[in-house]
Design a protein around this ligand. Structure first.
Ligand SMILES: *[C@@H]1O[C@H](CO)[C@@H](O)[C@H](O)[C@H]1NC(C)=O
Ligand SMILES: *[C@@H]1O[C@H](CO)[C@@H](O)[C@H](O)[C@H]1NC(C)=O
Ligand SMILES: *[C@@H]1O[C@H](CO)[C@@H](O)[C@H](O)[C@H]1NC(C)=O
Length: 360
């Protein structure tokens, strides 16, 4: 009995093992799978985006102050939240927006990866959820998502003159009024901003020197960015920026560089298209129009796998906020936002929000 049942037992065991391997392998191996399957932008997505960007540049480009229909218009900041997880710092942002004392000075737009379910606190109900598509690291989808946010904001409200891109891991370091007056001057004279838009600076990091820059340049293959982007024009910068409207429009009109940056990467370890497309484009098109630094503080000390330092609950203190605000540069500017913060930071941040963060 025993010898004859043995082969059957073996086969059965083998079958069962294979079955379980088949069942659980996708959960055991997701990083490997994802690395080899970048979501590409489908021709249909590309067409939809083109239509959206064209509408934005047509409408946004022609909204003259005389068409705004208001005697004393106030410019607004469009806050663009790009996320693929829940917005855990929404309560802090809500306090930030409430600190404005005036809901007419900003708009909020959110691009949520379609695979993400997000809880909707009160201010999110007021927020505009823009039609979103899949986003993924090491792919040009993050560029598309940022452009979609800008396009929707431009179409939605001609009073949006600055576009601040943030993520779910970002927090404010100042009150709303500090951010607003830094960009537009004090609210009583801010309506001038419509007339002086041409001189508005964009706040985006633009660096010509960084470790592994050449690996990033050839991430799609040798010479793949030529002839549009010679190596000496290739730039790197933070993914998060505050763009003036004329630059947001420029980014939405742009086709030449996008045709190259949308190519899939072959070397995924050196592939961060969103950290190159915007800085390279603005540096080529209007180098004097940008600060070349970002207003979003990030701590790259001991970064792992391209991720910056993630702040935890125990690190939150008034001193940290004061330290993060200060630029380490002769330009002596103050950061507006910081990242990345883990969800457990919400509580201690809320506790110091009114006395520290929103006290400038
Ligand atoms: C930056 O991160 C490192 C750890 O990676 C930490 O020791 C340091 O205090 C952080 N710096 C600031 C200014 O928060
Ligand atoms: C500030 O910058 C200088 C030179 O760029 C650098 O040596 C120093 O470590 C920086 N300090 C901090 C706190 O980042
Ligand atoms: C930087 O600016 C702050 C506030 O505007 C000022 O108090 C400080 O003295 C300035 N520091 C330097 C080194 O210029």
């Amino acid at each position: 009995m025993v010898p004859s049942s043995s082969p059957i037992l073996y086969s059965l065991t083998l079958f069962v093992s294979l079955f379980f391997l088949f069942l659980f392998a996708p959960q055991i191996l997701p990083p490997l799978r994802n690395r080899h399957r970048q979501p590409l932008i489908s021709p249909q997505d590309e067409l939809d985006d083109l239509r959206l960007f064209r509408e934005a540049t047509t409408r946004g480009g022609s909204s003259k102050i005389s068409h705004l229909g208001t005697i004393n218009p106030k410019p607004k900041i469009a806050f663009l939240f790009l996320t693929n997880s829940d917005l855990v710092f929404a309560p802090l942002w809500q306090r930030f927006f409430e600190s404005s004392g005036n809901g007419d000075l900003f708009n909020v737009y959110v691009h949520v990866d379609p695979s993400t379910k997000i809880s909707t606190p009160e201010w999110l109900v007021k927020a505009n959820f823009v039609p979103a598509r899949t986003t993924a690291r090491a792919s040009p989808t993050l560029i598309s998502a940022a452009r979609r946010l800008m396009a929707n904001a431009i179409i939605d409200d001609p009073f949006n003159l600055y576009f601040a891109l943030v993520s779910q891991h970002c927090i404010p370091l100042h009150s709303f009024n500090f951010v607003y007056t830094s960009l537009f001057g004090n609210p009583s004279s801010a309506s001038k901003a419509f007339l002086t838009q041409r001189s508005h600076k964009s706040y985006i990091e633009i660096l010509s020197d960084a470790p592994y820059l050449h690996n990033r340049y050839v991430a799609r293959g040798d010479g793949s960015l030529l002839p549009e982007i010679p190596y000496d024009k290739f730039r790197v910068g933070s993914q998060f920026f505050v763009l003036a409207k004329r630059h947001a429009l420029l980014v939405l009109k742009e086709r030449k560089l996008w045709r190259k940056f949308k190519l899939p990467c072959l070397d995924l370890d050196s592939c961060y298209p969103e950290e190159h497309y915007f800085p390279t484009l603005l540096s080529m098109a209007d180098p004097k129009g940008s600060s070349h630094y970002t207003l979003t503080r990030v701590n790259w000390t001991d970064s792992v796998d391209g991720h910056p330092h993630l702040y935890h609950q125990s690190e939150i203190s008034p001193e940290l906020i004061h330290t993060l605000r200060k630029s380490n540069s002769s330009l002596n500017y103050s950061y507006f936002f910081a990242r990345k913060f883990s969800p457990d930071c919400l509580k201690p941040l809320m506790e110091i929000s009114n006395d520290v963060i929103f006290r400038d």
